[in-house]
Design a binder for this molecule. Structure first.
Ligand SMILES: NC(=O)c1ccc[n+]([C@@H]2O[C@H](COP(=O)([O-])OP(=O)(O)OC[C@H]3O[C@@H](n4cnc5c(N)ncnc54)[C@H](OP(=O)(O)O)[C@@H]3O)[C@@H](O)[C@H]2O)c1
Length: 328
């Protein structure tokens, strides 16, 4: 039987989500890869346990995580029931709906019909009464924003979610969606955008909107799916995401990144940390960031990533060098 580490709150930093009441750990764990039906359940168990023992109180899911879609939620449900039931009130569990889950016109995007049905399915798969955060996973060009936001508001009012979140919404759409949610009485808690040294669109407006609206920010793929680590410097290792047929990182994406990764890796070594740690610290340096949402395939990676918190400071010179490398 699992008993959580008594010292689990001694090391982690917890940041307030925008100007809301909820705090999230500076490092959160996502279950997009490595928790599906194709993966080893016991490895998932070990990662969830170690994460919680290190103070990671936030686990992020979505209806479609797997493969097959839904299997990450099912596996999480099994592990939650066996290990984490006594700790439910210490955990922030999120899920999302937006991508394809079932056939026909109601199985994806942003209609009220789809979002609320999907949330019910997610709760069933995970064996939960409620999730802490329910996200609209992507904006829907064919559904009025009001309808999607009313579905999020309904999810919260029904008690099936505690907070509402947005993912992959542009700065403009976020401002509009946030205003609708506020009018409905369910302020947007958090935005989940893709953000890393290699993917910086949020710097061109979204982060400003989030700050103005008091919304938190939890960047996903902060390690560019593993590219911003030292793992691909000598080829594509067996078992890595780029080596798996179902992995979202494709082998052809690896080579073009390597000249920058090599230089960044040297800088990280000079700072006395791993490249993964430097890449996470670089995101966390912005006070508008609530948490970095990492993925992992082993306990060791989680440990490595949480160690980031020991060295989060950058000199102006270091930041300048990083910019030069990223522009090279
Ligand atoms: N809202 C959205 O649309 C959306 C989209 C994508 C993801 N997400 C969320 O964001 C989470 C994280 O995304 P992500 O998995 O792409 O994040 P990531 O942190 O950029 O990449 C995770 C991968 O990097 C490698 N890695 C992690 N730590 C490492 C370390 N210390 N040393 C060496 N390699 C390391 C591992 O690759 P290997 O597996 O190769 O070992 C791991 O699977 C997802 O689980 C999901 O919850 C949301």
């Amino acid at each position: 039987m699992y008993r959580a580490n008594e010292e689990r709150y001694d090391f982690m930093t917890y940041n307030r989500c925008g100007n809301r009441g909820l705090k999230l750990p500076a490092v959160s764990l996502g279950l997009w890869h490595n928790f599906g039906g194709v993966d080893v359940l016991e490895n998932g168990r070990a990662m969830l346990r170690r994460a919680f023992d290190l103070g990671i109180t936030h686990f992020d899911l979505a209806n479609n995580y797997g493969p097959p879609p839904g299997s990450a939620e099912e596996n999480f449900g099994k592990l939650f029931k066996q290990d984490f039931l006594p700790y439910r009130d210490e955990l922030i569990i999120s899920t999302k709906a937006g991508y394809l889950m079932w056939p026909g016109p109601y199985g994806e995007w942003g209609s009220r019909k789809y979002l609320l049905a999907s949330l019910d399915q997610s709760l069933k798969r995970m064996g939960l009464d409620y999730v802490d955060i329910f996200y609209s996973h992507r904006p829907d060009p064919d559904t009025p924003l009001e309808e999607t936001m009313m579905a999020l508001d309904q999810a919260v009012r029904s008690g099936k979610a505690l907070y509402a979140g947005l993912s992959n919404y542009t700065a403009d759409m976020t401002r509009k969606a946030a205003s609708i949610l506020c009018d409905l009485g369910t302020p947007c808690l958090i935005h989940q955008p893709k953000y890393s040294m290699f993917e910086r669109w949020v710097e061109a407006g979204l982060l400003d909107v989030l700050e103005e609206e008091g919304i938190g920010c939890i960047p996903f793929s902060p390690l560019a799916q593993g590219l911003l680590t030292n793992k691909y410097l000598h080829g594509i290792p067996e078992g890595s995401r780029a080596a798996k047929s179902w992995g979202f990182l494709k082998p052809h994406q690896v080579d073009p990144a390597l000249h920058k990764v090599g230089k960044l890796n040297l800088m990280a070594q000079e700072r006395g940390q791993t490249l993964a740690q430097m890449a996470l610290a670089w995101i966390l340096k912005d006070r508008r960031i609530t948490s970095v949402l990492i993925g992992a395939s082993s306990v060791k990676q989680i440990e490595d990533n949480v160690e980031t918190l020991k060295n989060r400071e950058f000199s102006d010179e270091e930041l300048h060098s990083i910019e030069n490398i990223l522009r090279s």
